[in-house]
Design a protein around this ligand. Sequence first.
Ligand SMILES: [Mg+2]
Length: 393
Amino acid sequence: MPVVQPASPSLPAAKIRAITTVPLIGESPKGGWSAEIKPEDSIHALIAVHTDAGITGFGSVFTDGRLVQAALKVLEPLFLGENALEPERVTEKLHQNTFWMGRGGSLTHAISGIDIALWDILGQATRMPVGRLLGGTYRTRVQPYCSLLMEQPAEMFKVITRYRKDGFRAFKIGWGPFGRAMNAKLDEDIVRAARDAAGPESRLLVDAGASDAHWPHGLKWAMRTAEMLAKHDVGWFEEALKPDALEDFCHLRRVSPVPIAGGEVLTRRQTFQPWLVKGAFDIVQPDVTKVGGISEQRRIAWMAHDFGVKYIGHGWNTALGLAADLQLASAFPDTDLVEYIGGSPYVDGILREPFVVDSEGYLAIPDTPGLGMALDPEKVARYTPDARLLFQA
Ligand SMILES: [Mg+2]
């Protein structure tokens, strides 16, 4: 039975009245996948949690909008009438009661968006930013790294030069021909071109994207490539191995001269445990829009911290994923970067006030209530057939 009580005499109860979702389509950015994403494909969705207190919270899910719609139908009996001011308890209830229904998959992804929206509601109701609700503020701004697909060397140079002019001072390049062209010289030429464009003072990170279908390499390739990346002062080597190759990740981390990053395809806090216990990563990258939301991400990030592993979020898919990552970054002592996909309208084109990179290449972390970001209904309507579902339910 839902337990709905006011959190304090001055804080009115807020019950969940409805949860709605819309797919984002029409401008879906490429992923560098071998079966490439088309602009009309739905791979990201927005969620709204509506309450009887007049507060609406918003969240984001990294998956096909049709799967989110189906998941909400399954979850509805569990969330209707629940206390919208208790994100961790409510989302744990959803996790615990869907154990047999495909945990870790679409249901977990959808719960992620619900959880983000519930934290947004709690922040609005208490007039506090989500980061402070997570325990305290370690930073008020954070460096975004501009995430870009690998290109042929001359094009890679041009692309990085363009985003450097936009103010970014950290870059990640990945996927595309890297490793897939079976050409080690090309791989190094791309990285060299990126470093030349970024300049020696910028951070440069490399993502092999080995979670793509049928990744053709194994441990030996990853070891050789890590040595090459070290020559170009690369800050981390991400998804260098197939995403289930736990023992190989542990070996690679021990021998690689550059830090090893991964974990974006893992979901649920329990799944991260063996990867941290065995020492697979220097940097862990859970995705707040898939992993179970802010409640789950917070627990994974502190678990990683206790193992001496740095937590850097992967919620780049929409402005709300990034908003959640910003709040999380404010609440962890060593989270000094957030991922920022370059040139996606789902990040740059759906907010009332778009993100602004400051003169030193940083993003301010909002200290206003909730996620501190307001969706613009008219802008959202450009990318979904019926945006009213989100704002008027
Ligand atoms: Mg990645």
